[in-house]
Design a protein around this ligand. Structure first.
Ligand code: XMP
Length: 171
């Protein structure tokens, strides 16, 4: 397997600084809670929150999607062991990548059902060409083509998460 760099460490850090400033402006005076989706968004979470200088809380949810062999339907399985109390909170849901959109849309709905007063969404990457659920993230780091990427939290078989950049994985 080879990894070809697509987005450099410097580009990621610059973009997170911009997003952090926008989030500060948008959430000043609001009870912000950032809820990150494990495991892929951990690295982005750690870097992003250090660029947000307004008070905020952090929570985690774990979601895995299983695609049936004979169906295109995806079942989302949530592990709520670390789930934060979101009742009355202004939640910013953070995921590593928006692909079909199913994970982000389902989690946003779930957090609303659990009593969040508002749920907005942020993704480091948005893949073009595969979205099936009409969800428009409020904050997008980078738009990428339909390629399989790893690094900066994103994995292939639980490897490559540690890379400080995002790269395209190929045989
Ligand atoms: P959906 O389709 O629900 O998927 O938007 C989001 C989840 O799919 C995984 N995913 C990827 N993981 N490289 C990865 O390492 C990729 O190119 C990729 N595309 C989708 C990821 O877990 C994400 O949260």
């Amino acid at each position: 397997m080879t990894v070809t760099p697509l987005i450099t460490e410097e580009q990621i850090q610059d973009r997170l600084s911009q997003l952090g400033r926008r989030i500060e402006e948008d959430y000043t005076g609001r009870p912000l809670m950032i809820v990150a989706v494990l495991t892929g968004s951990l690295v982005a979470l750690a870097d992003l929150i250090r660029r947000i200088q307004i008070p905020h809380r952090v929570g985690l949810v774990q979601a895995s999607s299983y695609r049936g062999a004979t169906t295109r339907n995806t079942t989302l399985v949530l592990n709520e062991s670390f789930a934060p109390d979101v009742v009355g909170r202004d939640v910013l849901l953070l995921d590593d990548i928006l692909d079909t959109g199913q994970t982000l849309a389902a989690l946003a709905e779930h957090l609303r059902d659990r009593g969040a007063s508002r749920v907005r969404t942020a993704v480091l990457l948005r893949k073009i060409g595969r979205q099936v659920v009409p969800i428009e993230p409020d904050y997008i780091g980078f738009t990428i083509p339909d390629v399989f990427v790893v690094g900066y939290g994103l994995d292939y078989n639980d490897d490559y998460r540690h890379l400080p950049y995002v790269g395209v994985l190929a045989e």
